[in-house]
Design a protein around this ligand. Structure first.
Ligand code: IPM
Ligand code: MN
Length: 356
């Protein structure tokens, strides 16, 4: 971006602990922006369970249109205990992903020094990979329905949509990322070609055709999704970049989050490389911890790092990552689990901001 550019960032703190971790993320953004001379304007939106209960609004069309005009979106968490499952998730989070065509869900899985890993004998050198999850298709398409609902003959379907276009753009993104990372130069396709012989065949052929034609320098590997869960635990060091369809990607990235130290540190980006992208801690709204100052803000701070990286502010992003690493190395944060940090959410945010 040219000097003097002022980034416009939309902030959706959302539900539960979302607002309190977003506050810490913004604290770190403020600190790094001062150091790096970055200018930005924030625009807060109160979308989420509270507003829905008060007004019935989930995502007004006018807000959606406004969001298209931002440089990036920073999201806390969506999900409210008093709102039926699916309403906010589909009406807000998934609608944003779809309408803004954020076709990549990017989820780095990186174990930092000083973080407790549940895997025996695995350390930071073993756990450093990125999952590229397709973010607009698959079982998330919303297609399907009921027949004879509530009777003994009830039928329900939930249709998996894979398009060649959708698979191919995710695959190309993943190959490009693998090249850019320049680590093992190896991309895994994760699927279930032995059972889901239609949709995963489309993925398989797209993966191999695109790879052979345009990415001969990148090694192609394939793993079934069930085996992938096994390898994440047994041999996480085998992975560099993974590309995976939406539902399997949702599942394996929760496992990925656990091996990098838990939801307290797992961040992700919903990316539209040609449009507006949205960054979030992936842990959800954790309603039972709301307002208690016990949730670890590092995931939300990691989301700020990804946001900066995406805006092309690589130095600022690196500063944030270094500050996270230093905070962890300081030994002051005892654990990343809620209530066990040995300090509060705000104090952990202060610590990182001071180290920026
Ligand atoms: C995630 C979440 C969402 C998903 C839910 C809240 C709709 O689990 O971001 O991984 O399934 O994608
Ligand atoms: Mn999930």
């Amino acid at each position: 971006m040219p000097a003097n550019h002022t980034y416009r960032i939309a902030v959706l703190p959302g539900d539960g602990t979302g607002p309190e971790v977003v506050r810490e993320g913004l604290k770190v953004l403020d600190a790094v922006a001062r150091k790096a001379g970055i200018r930005y304007d924030l625009h807060h939106y109160d979308l989420g369970g509270e507003r829905y209960q008060k007004t019935g609004d989930i995502l007004p069309d006018s807000v959606l249109e406004e969001l298209r005009g931002f440089d990036a979106i920073y999201l806390g968490a969506i999900g409210h205990p008093d709102v039926a499952p699916g309403i906010l998730e589909k009406g807000l989070l998934l609608r944003l992903r779809f309408e803004l065509d954020q076709y990549i869900n990017l989820r780095p899985v990186k174990l930092y020094p000083g973080v407790d890993c549940p895997l025996k004998d695995k350390g930071p050198a073993d756990i450093d990979f990125v999952v590229v999850r397709e973010n607009t298709e698959g079982l998330y398409s919303g297609m399907g329905g009921f027949q004879y609902k509530g009777t003994p003959h009830e039928v329900s379907t939930q249709i998996h949509i894979t398009t060649r276009f959708g698979a191919e753009r995710a695959i190309r993104y993943a190959f490009d990322l693998t090249r850019k990372r320049n680590r093992m130069k190896q991309l895994h396709l994760v699927g279930k070609t032995n059972v889901l012989t239609f949709v995963h065949d489309t993925w398989w052929r797209a993966f191999n055709e695109v790879g052979a034609a345009d990415y001969p320098d990148i090694k192609r590997e394939y793993a079934h999704v069930d085996a992938t869960c096994m390898w994440f635990v047994k041999n996480p060091e085998w992975f560099d970049v993974i590309v995976v369809e939406n539902m399997f990607g949702d599942i394996i990235t929760d496992l990925g989050a656990m091996i990098q130290g838990g939801m307290g540190i797992a961040a992700g980006g919903n990316i539209n490389p040609e449009g507006v992208s949205m960054f979030e801690p992936i842990g959800g709204s954790a309603p039972k911890y709301t307002g208690q100052d016990v949730i670890c803000p590092l995931a939300a701070i990691g989301a700020v790092q990804m946001l900066l990286e995406h805006l092309g502010e690589a130095d600022a992003a690196a500063r944030v990552e270094n500050a996270i690493v230093k905070a962890l190395e300081s030994g002051k944060i005892k654990s990343l689990s809620a209530g066990r940090m040995g300090m509060g959410t705000a104090a952990a945010g202060d610590l990182v901001a001071a180290l920026v």
